[in-house]
Design a protein around this ligand. Structure first.
Ligand code: ZN
Length: 639
């Protein structure tokens, strides 16, 4: 598994040659700062380095008109006065004699990355480019963008590599109207953008950046706009949008390639327009770490979506519900919220840890410096596997640790007294290994691990109690199959226990609930995206225990997706317990996803059954008040 990094230092050549406060923030240091930080952090060295090539004029012509390409080519010979005059014809654009070369390198870098990924040379990658591309249109430069790099890359992937469905995710703070215009009538490219909008007051201030712009003709439903109407959207707002809009649509669309238009101007610390070099270079490093499979740091701040964010999410879900089954089927029929300005409801400061804990929102500078610490604080072992029987050893990636050792005999004996079943030979041996592995995770030596055990229920209980007594503040327990919550476990908000099994849908308390295991891909995805992950992110655990007990009923790809997504909420600290009877193959699949590899496909999307949806809606109705990450719409009444 390799991550490509595509770059060319000649992309720094273009610069502003006259005074223009609007354009001066787009400067060469944006690239050099990011590259230097990648080198300092040892991340560049972990990537497959590719030098960018220039895109050919034929490749530029996949998206742009010949007249426009020829006009940009002509800027190489213009005087400064002529360049300034031409730049003035566009909105927020400057040309330099090297612009044509740089812009061809930028588009070429995107093409090389697509080629590397689609030929299997790399698994994924990042192209560091300048000038950017997402505002650029068929025959116009716009917003610092000359050629539309991502759009050219998408067309190239379709023509050269026969890719049928491409998802473009645009997380820049500005709406990428250029990408939208290019693909708005094309159902083969799904364009998703969240962006600052402020009811049209924020640049580019276009009516078609709003939630009800869903595409044209056969492309209806393949443009998804999520406009933010207030400033200062935080982790809870973005995570709610991710879980309740982007991921359901993305899974249903089932793309063969994902392109990200990765502007970092929405990142914390950035005052305006996206050009804070420290914030930018840290963001680039975080993205490369994620591409390399390193766990992401846990999210900070109160996990309560703002009223305004929920209004935006409600609007986009309503506008898209006719086009996407998975948005139409959750809970009650969504309704369009009025797009008029509404005063912000200040959420009460709840979190981390869901309903009972409180924390103040951190300052941007503090967040940046703590993220900097986390960039270097990765546990030495990313994944460890502790198996009961050597015969059950699956094929594992070479750098997954096969843990043979056990916790000290006295420690294991002390815990084994909890249950008769744990004193049996194989269960006792497995318990020793589980405790050793768990201690490694709690002490920061190991990020995540898998252990097998013949006694899943009592071993899970020991792991939970050991976690709580050795430093974990909050443990999220996801138990599949016949695994009951220990009856004498304190319901004090430190454990969130979720059973997924049978036909049960019940919230026994704020921190103890059951949901049925759905039988369809659509139902499974709804359960994970609309229930499990909102609870997990709302709870902000520092340890996740995922246990597959007797009769768990999960197919391997489902288990893999669940484990992969549960790496998110706790900074990658996940311990998976696999009961006896599970195939060796399952342990191998789980080890790979915990190690950062993508989970295997769930197969074709199939609609959730009415029973599954009813069970989910029932639970969500009961739990929305204490767990606000479950909300997909702003609460009714005066905001
Ligand atoms: Zn931007």
């Amino acid at each position: 598994m390799r991550t490509a990094l595509v770059y060319h230092e000649e992309m720094t050549a273009a610069r502003l040659l006259w005074d223009d406060p609007e354009c001066e923030i787009e400067r060469p240091e944006r690239l050099t700062a990011a590259v230097e930080r990648l080198q300092q952090g040892g991340l560049e060295q972990r990537c497959l380095r590719l030098a960018a090539r220039e895109a050919s004029e034929a490749e530029l012509g996949l998206v742009h008109s010949p007249e426009y390409v020829s006009l940009v080519r002509g800027t190489q010979a213009l005087s400064t006065e002529e360049l300034q005059a031409l730049s003035g014809q566009y909105d927020a654009v400057y040309f330099h004699p090297s612009t044509f070369h740089c812009a061809r390198l930028a588009a070429g870098a995107a093409l090389q990355l697509v080629d590397a990924v689609l030929t299997g040379t790399a698994h994924n990658g990042l192209a560091l480019v300048r000038p950017p591309g997402h505002h650029s249109q068929r025959a116009a430069a716009n917003g610092f963008c000359v050629f539309n790099n991502v759009a050219i890359a998408a067309r190239h992937a379709q023509q050269r590599h026969d890719v049928r469905r491409i998802l473009i995710v645009d997380w820049d703070i500005h709406h990428g109207q250029g990408i939208q215009y290019i693909f708005e009538d094309d159902p083969s490219v799904l364009y998703f953008s969240w962006h600052r909008y402020e009811h049209g007051r924020f640049w580019p201030s276009l009516r078609e950046s709003d939630a009800d712009a869903v595409g044209l003709g056969p492309g209806r439903g393949f443009t998804v706009n999520l406009p933010w109407n207030q400033v200062g959207m935080g982790n809870a707002d973005y995570m709610a949008a991710f879980l309740h809009v982007l991921l359901p649509v993305a899974f249903e669309f089932d793309p063969e390639l994902v392109l990200i238009s990765a502007g970092f101007d929405s990142a914390i610390g950035d005052p305006e327009g996206g050009y804070h070099l420290e914030s930018l270079s840290q963001s680039v490093c975080m993205v490369v770490k994620a591409l390399l499979g390193d766990p992401a740091p846990p999210l900070s701040g109160p996990m309560v979506p703002r009223h305004s964010a929920l209004e935006s999410i409600q609007s986009v879900r309503a506008a898209q519900a006719p086009h996407w089954t998975s948005l139409g089927q959750q809970g009650s029929t969504p309704t369009l919220s009025l797009s008029a300005c509404s005063p912000e409801k200040r959420p009460s400061p709840v979190s981390p840890g869901g309903p009972k804990c409180q924390a103040a929102e951190a300052q941007p500078s503090a967040v940046l410096s703590s993220l900097l610490d986390q960039l270097s604080a990765t546990p030495p072992v990313r994944t460890a596997v502790a198996l009961t029987a050597p015969a059950a050893v699956p094929v594992l990636p070479p750098d997954v640790l096969r843990q043979e050792g056990s916790a000290p005999q006295e420690e294991t004996q002390a815990w084994a007294r909890l249950h008769e079943a744990l004193t049996q030979d194989t269960a006792f041996a497995a318990l020793g290994k589980v405790l050793r592995l768990l201690n490694g995770i709690l002490e920061g030596q190991v990020s995540s691990g898998i252990a097998t055990t013949p006694a899943a229920a009592p071993t899970l209980e020991v792991a939970l109690r050991q976690g709580l007594s050795h430093g974990a503040q909050r443990v999220f327990c996801v138990a599949l199959g016949q695994l009951d919550r220990p009856p004498d476990l304190a319901d004090d908000g430190r454990t969130l226990w979720l059973n997924i099994r049978g036909k049960e849908a019940a919230a026994r308390s704020t921190f103890h609930m059951s949901v049925p295991l759905p039988g369809t891909t659509g139902g499974f995805l709804s359960c994970i995206l609309a229930l499990v992950l909102p609870l997990a992110y709302g709870f902000q655990p520092d340890l996740v225990l995922l246990a597959l007990g007797p009769a768990h009923g999960l197919q391997d790809p489902q288990a893999a997706l669940l484990a992969a997504l549960l790496r998110g909420p706790a900074g990658g600290r996940v311990l998976v317990l696999v009961g006896q009877g599970s195939a060796r193959h399952l342990v191998g699949v789980l080890a790979r996803v915990l190690h950062g590899e993508p989970p295997p496909s769930l197969g074709p999307f199939s609609m959730a059954s009415p029973d599954d949806l009813q069970a989910l809606a029932h639970l969500r109705g009961q739990l929305e008040a204490p767990w606000e990450m479950l909300r997909v719409a702003a609460p009714s009444g005066v905001p």
